[in-house]
Write a protein that binds this ligand. Structure first.
Ligand code: ADP
Ligand code: MG
Length: 551
């Protein structure tokens, strides 16, 4: 036996372990899902390695779960890639998975309940400490020079490493010494089978509990659509995303040209926080002939469609393609552009057939979707799908499209007006918009800074120019009759004109360099004055930058 050495956990691991050990989270069975998912990852890596080296693996790829009621242990064994001593220290002992670090941070913050955090995040290997007093990990890397090694820890402050003298086949064996209160539950094979079926049914390798094969590995995306029941889709979605809800929408397609692929995509009911975990937790799983090549591939769909979860399977890529060369692969780009088109067409159809359902989609994912203004190739489809609140709608929840705006526009109106403000209330009182209210000219209300980027990128829709209400050309608006009459004299007398000129001069004198000019205008009907940007002086993008900086 090699010498036993003791190592301290990194601070963030201790913090997370502390959270998990003391958690009263009731759904503890997810630790099994996490261990199986790691075993499956290790098996995928082993397959990848043997394939890349053109070698054959002497071990059958599989996951085995056994239990010993007397010893109060549960053991998960895989014939995967295993870990070297260095890898063990790096992977289990520090936080490799950024989601886990995020969980620790959010738990510390204390805004969201621990239950919901643990449920929402895959908490990875450490989740085992919700049920364990102690865990032993014995592993042997596929790396020929590596020795078998055991990692042991009670999940408090440190872990021990010891190299083994005897040789072992490659793979990892994890023995969980169960806490008293859960021991009978997790040594009961029938219960274990149930848990495996519930969370790990679609794992790509055989899982044995005792001697019985439990999972039914089914590449659902390759089955004919008409044979699949909605429950099967839901089950697969839940397996894929860990979302306990059913999917909001399912898109199952099969394409033969210009590339062959099958895709099964889902839109969840709720959006991830697009600027937190959501950013990483996106991407479709890429398979080549049912073999997983990459989880959450980031190139198949652009970031703004990151709410779409699912898998893509193609016959056209070689099995041994490396993850690095995927990025600039021509076939990948073809698959990607077809997928983007499918998703956008699907949404367009939903918007057309069922506006309420589309509004529901928009409320869940619209914020992320708006970043699609950068997708110039699909500009027209994107423009048809964005939604805004507007002065013509009843409340701040209602939504409209550019196309709907045009149907309500005045005769001869070739502009779509918009204004940015913090809320509907602020905008409906804004002096800049008085003229629009007076003439009943609709103004789209923008509440998020990104909305202005959308407008800048779109520039026009269906022959109508997008114009900021602040910079509206008064001559164009003057063509439209006032609907609500302003109480203003038709024309000023000479005396009034002189008085007004004196007042304007006096105001300019007092304000000095703070303003470029003070002038009379027909814009206002209720407010005495408003600030206006002289065109071409402060650009709207400058304005935006200043606004973001002063937030
Ligand atoms: P994640 O799976 O998201 O990376 P985990 O906490 O579940 O995070 O696992 C941490 C790391 O430990 C994995 O990335 C992997 O490198 C390693 N690991 C865990 N279990 C195994 C296993 N059974 N075989 C090989 N490596 C493993
Ligand atoms: Mg994991």
């Amino acid at each position: 036996m090699g010498k036993k050495t003791t190592h301290k956990f990194k601070a963030e691991v201790s913090q997370l372990l502390d959270i998990l050990v003391h958690s009263l989270y009731t759904n503890k069975e997810i630790f099994l899902r996490e261990l199986i998912s790691n075993a499956s990852d290790a098996l995928e890596k082993a397959r990848f390695k043997t394939q890349a080296e053109g070698a054959a693996d002497e071990l059958a790829p599989e996951i085995r779960i056994t239990a010993d009621a007397e010893a109060k242990t549960l053991t998960v064994t895989d014939t995967g890639i295993g870990m070297t001593r260095d890898e063990l220290m790096r992977n289990i002992g520090t936080i490799a998975h950024s989601g886990t670090a995020e969980l620790a941070r959010l738990a510390e913050e204390g805004k969201e309940s621990l239950d919901s955090l643990i449920g929402r995040f895959g908490v990875g290997f450490y989740s085992v400490y919700m049920v364990a007093d102690e865990v032993d990990v014995t592993t042997k890397s596929m790396d020929a020079a590596a020795k078998a090694i055991t990692w042991t820890s009670d999940g408090r402050t440190d872990y021990k490493l010891q190299e083994l003298d005897e040789d072992r086949p490659h793979g990892t064996e994890i023995t969980v010494h169960l806490k008293e209160d859960v021991a009978s539950q997790f040594t009961n094979l029938a219960h274990i089978k149930q848990v495996v079926k519930k969370h790990s049914n679609f794992i790509n390798f055989p899982i044995f509990v005792g001697d019985e094969r439990v999972n039914t590995i089914q590449a659902l995306w390759r089955e004919p659509k008409f044979q699949i029941k909605p429950e099967q889709y839901a089950e697969f979605y839940q397996f894929l995303t860990f979302d306990p809800d059913e999917p909001f929408d399912t898109l199952h397609t099969s394409v033969d040209a210009p590339v062959q692929f099958n895709a099964l995509m889902f839109i969840p009911k709720h959006g991830d926080d697009p600027f937190g975990l959501g950013r990483e937790n996106r991407g479709l799983d890429l398979y080549v002939r049912r073999v997983l090549i990459e989880k959450q591939n980031k190139d198949l769909l652009p970031e703004y469609l990151g709410f779409v979860k699912g898998v893509v399977d193609t016959e056209d890529l070689p099995l041994n393609i490396s993850r690095e060369t995927l990025q600039d692969n021509l076939l990948m780009r073809k698959i990607s552009s077809t997928l983007v088109k499918q998703v956008l067409d699907h949404l367009t159809k939903m918007a057309k057939d069922d506006a309420d359902r589309y509004a529901e989609f928009w409320r869940a994912h619209g914020e992320l979707f708006k970043a699609g203004y950068m997708d110039f190739l699909n500009k027209d489809k994107f423009a048809g799908l964005v939604r805004f609140n507007s002065s013509a709608l009843d409340d701040d929840k209602a939504l409209t499209s550019f196309a709907d705006y045009i149907t309500r526009a005045k005769e001869g109106q070739k502009e779509i007006y918009y204004a940015y403000g913090p809320s509907r209330q602020a905008l409906s009182l804004s002096p800049h918009l008085e003229v629009f209210r007076r003439k009943h000219v609709e103004v789209l209300y923008l509440y998020e800074p990104i909305d202005e980027f959308v407008m800048d990128a779109m520039r026009e829709f269906d022959g109508c120019t997008l114009v900021s209400a602040e910079h509206a050309d008064m001559a164009k608006l003057d063509k439209f009759e006032d609907v609500e009459k302003a109480e203003r004299p038709e024309a000023l007398s000479d005396e009034q004109k002189t008085e007004l000129d004196t007042l304007l001069k006096r105001m300019k004198d007092v304000l000095g360099d703070a303003v470029t000019e003070v002038k009379a205008s027909t814009r206002l009907s209720e407010s005495p004055v408003c600030l206006a940007n002289p065109d071409g002086n402060v650009t709207s993008s400058m304005d935006k930058i200043m606004r973001v900086m002063s937030k």
